[in-house]
Design a protein around this ligand. Structure first.
Ligand code: PGA
Length: 253
């Protein structure tokens, strides 16, 4: 049985004080919740303070990006060791906003996944098709290419331990969540692709989230789907109460 994982992707929101206040409130409200893994993904500047605030809890902290090189002349970049040094356990890799606005490609995604896994940071690997690709009927093909590019050549245990987030680009920040059936269908398809790339047992262990306009009132139906193992949440993760609503929907599945 896969434990659902709910992650708050704050993107470029929250000062240190705002992030720490959120973390304090979240740890109180999440304390009674069982059987859900909770991750918050603050901006780089708030990572350290949020990790301190959440010390001693089960809530994990992820960065939203990292560089694939271990060190060097890369102005403005952050390395995996810097994230580990702070106490990060996870890192989002290949979010569609990074693919769309910051030149992230399947190749850089792969390199980052490789570096993260090599250093023991758990990647949350994002994949998903655009609206044009869905309308052209190529959604599965696009997602297959992204999954295969990102997850090739790792050991079964490495793959089984990471998280994949299916986030259709047209659903992110638009209020147009994919239907529960479409999310289930693509998550199941991703599991099939991973099974082909590795083996069935490995694929059965990987957690595959859905992301894109998930809200507290739409989370329960989504979480009831057998291949949807949680959510990567943007807008609805900025307020503790709505984020907790989604966590509770996952706990009740
Ligand atoms: P959204 O963002 O929930 O605001 O649609 C999801 C994401 O980009 O991870």
């Amino acid at each position: 049985m896969r434990t659902p994982v709910i992650a708050a992707n704050w993107k470029m929101h929250k000062t240190v004080a705002e992030a720490v206040n959120f973390a304090r409130d979240l740890k109180a409200k999440a304390a009674p919740v069982n059987n859900v893994e909770i991750i918050v993904c603050p901006t780089f500047t708030a990572l350290g303070p949020v990790i301190k605030e959440l010390a001693g809890t089960n809530i994990k902290v992820a960065a939203q990006n990292m560089h694939w090189e271990l060190r060097g002349a890369f102005t403005g970049e952050i390395s995996v060791d810097m994230l580990k040094d702070l106490g990060c356990t996870h890192v989002i890799i290949g979010h569609s906003e990074r693919r769309q606005y910051f030149g992230e490609t399947d190749e850089t995604v792969y390199k980052k996944v490789q570096t993260a896994l090599g250093s023991g940071l758990i990647p949350i690997v994002c994949v998903g098709e655009s609206l044009a690709q869905r309308e052209a009927g190529t959604a599965e093909q696009v997602v297959r290419t992204q999954v295969e590019a990102a997850l090739q050549g790792f050991t079964p245990d490495q793959v089984a331990g990471l998280i994949v987030a299916y986030e259709p680009v047209w659903a992110i920040g638009t209020g147009k969540k994919a239907s529960d059936e479409d999310a289930q269908q693509m998550d199941a398809y991703i599991r099939k692709v991973i099974s082909g790339l590795h083996d069935q047992e490995t694929a059965a262990r990987v957690r595959i989230q859905y992301g894109g306009s998930v809200k507290p009132d739409s989370a329960a139906g989504l979480m009831a789907k057998p291949d949807v193992d949680g959510a990567l949440v943007g807008g609805a993760s900025l307020e503790v109460d709505s984020f907790i609503g989604i966590i509770k929907a996952a706990a009740g599945r």
